[in-house]
Every structure is written in structure tokens, then in C-alpha cells.
Design a protein around this ligand. Structure first.
Ligand code: OSB
Ligand code: MG
Length: 374
């Protein structure tokens, strides 16, 4: 395809409830959406970076800047682009994986819309429905946490993930375990809030039969995760640390992680995410699909990815109404019923399979769109 134009839209979408983690509290999702126009079709990609550099070094202003000044001009200068050539064309820029992933996703959407093919079929999906979990933020108190979790259980979610931090760990986990009963699937995510000195404390989580503990230590500290894995029975799962297939293999081989959270944005795109998936299947490591409070656009692509065979644990792929009163797409994601309770249907229409509501793109704009042309 020939890329004709890239347009960046910065939006702010109100969250249905504040989302608090060890790194901060959000009441709205500021999101950068990437639109591409090619000679064949148009496509949308969502940038998963947050408004501030608290989860990752990337953030919305930085992504907009690097796309505008480096990434989009490089793609627009190429005579031909396809999703497969985006990463090689952009490899001259160091890092900035979330920014690169958003462009690749938009090009992939356009390419598959042009070809009349869904993301799920392109990825090699093997299921029509995916199991959904929900990520539960840090609450002001235990009672409000239990009320929130009970609501999600009632809605059908197949797994609960609690955000933890020092001072908010053993007690909320014990209370939620009691609420769910021994069979309820429960896991925790620390977003790097602990240090190696906390290992004896974290080992006390073993009594709660958790599916996994996600990223207790710093992104670059694989060694601390290896030490933790030797001291606890709960499986250790890495999120922030897993930047690509190479790091995934290294972390698994070293014993730093025995489960992998796959987020395409963090890895530079869906094509690298597929390679991480394949490596984990080869090494016998289960994976699950992470989330970044995506709009329906990013969610559609995540759900297609989560339909691959290695995704054997429920993902942070919740329904649209867990995040937003109104989603950015015409048909929001809703949990199924009956045997599909707690599941989302994998989109089957071309590209991401969802249609963006241009009215909301206008209504929620924080700034005028930024157009970049050849
Ligand atoms: O660590 O998985 C994380 C949200 C934003 C940034 C990082 C994370 C999260 C979540 C929410 O846990 C996942 C979701 O439901 O989208
Ligand atoms: Mg995480």
C-alpha cells in the first residue's frame, strides 16, 4: 500500500469509576488515536501510552511528538508500506514501542480492511469467544473493594485481578479470597511497587492460592524476580519487563517468569506480540492478554489476539462498560450470556471489525487533530 496521511487525535474519555494503582489514580483516559489513509483503505490504531510516564517511560505527549517528527514522516516517505514493513522502517528510532505499535496497528487495520480479512483470522485465532477477567484498582477501604468485586462476579467475570502496593496487599487479598471462595480465580498486580527486601512479606501471599503475582519489582530487574520465584509457590508473571520476544525468552530461561502478560503496545506491536506468544507456546509458558484501559478500538485487537491458542488464562479484556459509559465504537463490547457468560465475542468483520464513532472523536478531542502528509 501507499500511505497518504497520518492523523493524530488526542481524546479524553471519562472513566465510569476512578482507577487507582501503585503508580497513580486516573479519573479519565487520555488517549492518542492514530488514523491512517492509504491508497487502499483507512485504518485506526490506538496508542496505549498513558497521559503521564508512570507505568512506562512513554506517555501521550512523547508519543505524539515522536510520531509527528520521526515515525510518521519515515512511513510517509516509503514508496510501499504494509504492517510487516512498519517495524523495519521504524527501527532507526530507539525504543518508543507504544508509539510504533499504534502506527503498525493502524496500518494493519487498513491493510486487512482492504483485503476483507479480520484481525483474528490474520493472527491465526482458534476461538470465537475469549475468557474475560477484570483488573480492580486500589479502593479507599475494604468494604468498597468487596462491593466492587461482588459486582464483577455478578456480571460474570471469570477472574479477578487486584492491584496491590505496600500497605494494600495481604488484607484485601484475604478478604477477596474469602468472598470468592477457594475456586474463584484470583491474581495480583503490583506494578513494580516492591523491592527484594519485601520477599518474605510477598511469600505470605502463598496461602491465598493466587494464579500469579504480576510485576512486583522494577522493569529492568529480572534478577529480583528470579529470587522471588525461588522463594514463593505463587507463579511470578512479568508485564512491564517483557519488551519483546528476546526479553521474553531470556526471562523465561532465567526463571524470572513462568507466565507472561502480553500487551502488544508495550512490545512495539501486534506482530511482535505474536512472536512472544509463539515463543511462550514453544517453551510451555501460559500467556494472557493484558490491557491498558483501551477504547473499543484497542480492545477489538486485544480480543482477536487473546483468541490464539496459547492464551490459556483469562485476560484484562473487560467489557466496554467496565471502563466507559460510552465507548468510542458503534457497538460496544458486552459480556455474553449463558455458556458465554464472562466472555467477549471475537470480532469477525474486516480489520479490527469495529467502527469508530467520529462524533465522539470530535466531542472528546482535547486538541485539534494533527495531520501529517507526504
Ligand atoms: O499493569 O496491567 C497493568 C492499566 C493501565 C496500565 C497498566 C495496567 C493496567 C491494568 C488495567 O491493570 C487493565 C485493563 O483492564 O485494561
Ligand atoms: Mg500489569
Amino acid at each position: 500500500m501507499r500511505l497518504e496521511a497520518v492523523t493524530l487525535h488526542r481524546l479524553s474519555m471519562p472513566l465510569v469509576r476512578p482507577f487507582e494503582t501503585s503508580f497513580g489514580r486516573q479519573t479519565s483516559r487520555v488517549v492518542l488515536m492514530v488514523h491512517v489513509r492509504t491508497d487502499e483503505a483507512e485504518g485506526w490504531g490506538e496508542c496505549v501510552a498513558m497521559d503521564s510516564p508512570l507505568y512506562s517511560s512513554e506517555y501521550v505527549d512523547g508519543c505524539e511528538n515522536v510520531i509527528r517528527n520521526y515515525l510518521a514522516p519515515a512511513l510517509l516517505a516509503a514508496t510501499e508500506v504494509s504492517a510487516e514493513t512498519v517495524a523495519p522502517l521504524l527501527s532507526f528510532v530507539i525504543g518508543h514501542r507504544m508509539a510504533k505499535a499504534a502506527l503498525e496497528a493502524a496500518v494493519l487495520d487498513a491493510q486487512l480492511r482492504g483485503a476483507g480479512r479480520s484481525l483474528a483470522s490474520h493472527f491465526g485465532a482458534t476461538r470465537e469467544w475469549v475468557d474475560c477477567g477484570v483488573s480492580v484498582g486500589i479502593s479507599p477501604d475494604i468494604d468498597s473493594l468487596l462491593a466492587e468485586v461482588a459486582g464483577y462476579v455478578e456480571a460474570g467475570y471469570r477472574r479477578i485481578k487486584l492491584k496491590i502496593k505496600p500497605g494494600w496487599d495481604l488484607e484485601p487479598v484475604a478478604e477477596v479470597r474469602a468472598l470468592l471462595g477457594p475456586a474463584g480465580r484470583l491474581q495480583v498486580d503490583a506494578n513494580t511497587a516492591y523491592t527484594v527486601g519485601d520477599i518474605p512479606h510477598l511469600a505470605r501471599l502463598d496461602e491465598f492460592a493466587l494464579l500469579l503475582i504480576e510485576q512486583p519489582f522494577a522493569e529492568e530487574d529480572l534478577a529480583a524476580h528470579v529470587t522471588l520465584a525461588r522463594h514463593i509457590r505463587t507463579p511470578v508473571c512479568l508485564d512491564e519487563s517483557i519488551l519483546n520476544e528476546h526479553v521474553a525468552r531470556d526471562a523465561i530461561e532465567r526463571g524470572a517468569t513462568s507466565v507472561v502478560n502480553i500487551k502488544a503496545g508495550r512490545m512495539g506491536g501486534y506482530l511482535e506480540a505474536l512472536r512472544v506468544h509463539d515463543a511462550c507456546v514453544e517453551l510451555g509458558v501460559p500467556v494472557w492478554c493484558g490491557g491498558m484501559l483501551e477504547t473499543g478500538v484497542g480492545r477489538a485487537a486485544n480480543v482477536a489476539l487473546a483468541a490464539l491458542p496459547g492464551f490459556s488464562l483469562p485476560g484484562d479484556t473487560s467489557a466496554s462498560n467496565r471502563y466507559f459509559a460510552e465507548d468510542l465504537i458503534t457497538e460496544p463490547f458486552a459480556l455474553g450470556t449463558g455458556k458465554n457468560s464472562g466472555q467477549l465475542a471475537v470480532p469477525t468483520a474486516p480489520g479490527t471489525g469495529v467502527s469508530v464513532r467520529e462524533d465522539l472523536v470530535r466531542d472528546w478531542a482535547l486538541a485539534a487533530p494533527v495531520g501529517i502528509r507526504r
